[in-house]
Write a protein that binds this ligand. Structure first.
Ligand code: 4GT
Length: 254
């Protein structure tokens, strides 16, 4: 997958392009991350990308023209990398608090794009006319305000990259398919057996795989009921999960 990130702070993206699983995905050519600086598309001596807002008020607004040129350039780069550049295959996404809230369902849907062009705002945001003319969707990572769209863009990229085929290996994908979707994760334990008097649950040491899977599922259900009743309400078990829920019903308040 090809990512073009339009940002005045391209150095920030080394956080995902050079480290961890996302860094490895870049090294393995499973993803390309290109940062495009709108300052490189200015024509004045000061390389201005921001101006004071019409109508007054605090702060600065990012100007439409350098961003429009940066987006056009991003599409030409996507094309050179073999990607279709229509909005269905290569959407232009503006990260903003006004966008649709990101969730795992949106992440999984995004796996199927050839490319994504991610627009990162700074200051008070960007000229509305640029959004009108060039942006296909607005995405928010939650109901809070940050100083820029760079961290949200990295959050989106990280969540999409980890769901690409062969980025994490099948240990994870097998698990994802069976139990995880729509529920909180179960607790995890590793060495030592005894940590400050706290023991590892017996069942995890039993080697009985069916019992372990059942215990983990029950943990997921209990945690989801207690911590996220909103998720529990929406949860629809598959056939295997329904069987397990029925089996352990007396322990669980549903
Ligand atoms: C929060 C989010 C976001 C910001 C979010 C334009 C200038 C927006 C600063 C930017 N804050 N972007 N995407 N919750 N701030 O997703």
């Amino acid at each position: 997958m090809y990512f073009a990130v339009i940002t005045i702070l391209p150095e920030m993206f080394t956080a995902i392009s050079e480290f961890g699983i996302t860094g490895r995905a870049v090294q393995n050519n499973q993803v390309i991350i290109d940062c495009i600086n709108p300052r490189d598309f200015t024509t004045d001596n000061y390389r201005r990308i921001d101006e004071r807002p019409f109508g007054g008020g605090p702060g600065m607004v990012m100007m439409a023209e350098p961003l429009a040129k940066a987006i056009d350039y991003a599409k030409s780069q996507a094309s050179l990398n073999g990607c279709a550049t229509d909005s269905e295959h290569c959407p232009v996404i503006y990260l903003s608090p006004q966008g649709d809230k990101l969730d795992e369902q949106a992440v999984v849907a995004s796996r199927h794009y050839d490319a994504m062009i991610l627009l990162c705002g700074r200051y008070e945001g960007i000229d509305e006319r640029l959004i009108q003319r060039y942006v296909d969707m607005e995405i928010s990572i939650g109901d809070f305000v940050l100083t820029g769209g760079e961290l949200p863009a990295m959050v989106l990229m990280d969540s999409v990259i980890r769901r690409l085929p062969d980025v994490m290996g099948d240990a994870q994908s097998a698990e994802q398919d069976s139990f995880v979707e729509g529920l909180l994760d179960c607790p995890h334990y590793t060495k030592p057996h005894n940590f400050e008097g706290l023991m590892v649950p017996e069942v995890l040491l039993s080697g009985h795989h069916a019992n372990i899977a059942q215990w983990r599922f029950v943990q997921q259900v209990e945690r989801t009921q207690q911590r996220r009743p909103d998720l529990w309400q929406k949860f629809t078990p598959n056939a295997e999960q329904a069987r397990l829920l029925k089996k352990v019903k007396h322990d669980l308040k549903s």
